[in-house]
Design a protein around this ligand. Structure first.
Ligand SMILES: Nc1ncnc2c1ncn2[C@@H]1O[C@H](COP(=O)(O)OP(=O)(O)OP(=O)(O)O)[C@@H](O)[C@H]1O
Length: 295
């Protein structure tokens, strides 16, 4: 733990009957960093965020957010913002009412920034929330999440219904605003490649367990795909840890972890091509190999 640690989870567990939605998770979140919380459907992402935002209680384990258990703790909760797709609003609320009430909940609320974002996303301020399109509803969430400037902001798959242009606007505004107003952002998403450049740290959860907790740069450098003649590649790979293997005819492509600089030179010298592995590929490989372990 460092002075910058704002979340500390040790053995955090949430059980629903015989389902371990979060299973013995131990990790920390640091101040002023953008995290990706990645995992397959049902992996436990939303449950973990519910625990971190005090909307649910752990079955076991210890959890501190800004130094305290988050549930029913006003001091902690006022520093959090949780944006989720299923957000409910009062029946008669219009878009403008959501934005007008936001300053009651978020002390860092920036109304000018919110107004600019309304323009960016072309939101109809006077329309009833019940009548806005799915994408517009997501945009309302994105605007609240950004303009609240909460010290710890969670976006749980915020993009549903947003088209590609609007998603890019979200990523651009998030990055620009984060540079001026650093805070901690946790982004849960399936669109890993789209957000890969945004993320500074990645947590991968699989069947409730944290199977990866690493800096995005280290992660990108941690695996390489070797492409070349099958015999040459196989000879080079030897007994290495293989994440993925693919091939067609005499050509093969093998993804391995942990290549040193001299090993990379050696591979290139023997005619093997080295290709980077995208974050998405890496997460897919990792969750697949963890599936095999369970099998
Ligand atoms: N209230 C609940 N009662 C029973 N089981 C639950 C409950 N909430 C979640 N679960 C189960 O816990 C597991 C984790 O669910 P969770 O919603 O956290 O996953 P997720 O990673 O957010 O999935 P997705 O990407 O599909 O949204 C799933 O197996 C889910 O069915």
């Amino acid at each position: 733990m460092t002075d910058d640690t704002i979340v500390q989870a040790a053995g955090l567990t949430r059980r629903f009957g015989d389902v371990l939605a979060v299973d013995d998770a131990s990790f920390e979140l640091q101040a002023d960093r953008i995290y990706g919380l990645l995992g397959r459907n049902g992996a436990g992402k939303t449950t973990l965020m519910h625990l971190l935002t005090g909307q649910d209680f752990p079955s076991a384990g210890a959890l501190e957010v800004f130094g305290h258990a988050p549930a029913e703790n006003a001091h902690v909760l006022q520093q959090l913002c949780f944006i989720k797709e299923s957000q409910r609003y009062p029946d008669d609320f219009r878009v403008k009412h959501v934005l007008r009430s936001a300053p009651w909940f978020f002390e860092n609320w920036d109304a000018d920034f919110a107004e600019q974002l309304v323009d960016d996303f072309q939101l109809p301020l006077n329309r009833r929330i019940k009548k806005v399109s799915r994408g517009q509803l997501s945009a309302v969430g994105v605007i609240v999440g950004l303009a609240s400037r909460a010290p710890l902001t969670f976006f749980d798959e915020p993009y549903l219904g947003l088209d590609a242009v609007a998603r890019q606007t979200f990523y651009d505004r998030l990055l620009a605003d984060y540079a001026e107003h650093p805070r901690t952002v946790v982004l849960s998403t399936h669109l890993i490649d789209e957000v890969a450049d945004l993320l500074e740290h990645v947590l991968v959860i699989d069947r409730g367990r944290i199977i990866l907790d690493e800096g995005a740069d280290e992660l990108r450098e941690s695996a390489t795909t070797l492409v070349g003649a099958r015999a040459t590649v196989d000879a080079f790979v030897g007994a290495r840890d293989v994440l993925h293997r693919d091939g067609i005819g005499g050509l093969t492509s093998v993804t391995v972890t942990g290549l040193t600089a001299p090993e990379r030179r050696e591979a290139t010298a023997s005619g093997i091509e080295l290709a980077p592995v995208s974050l998405q590929q890496l997460v897919v490989h990792l969750t697949r190999s963890s599936e095999k372990e369970f099998a």
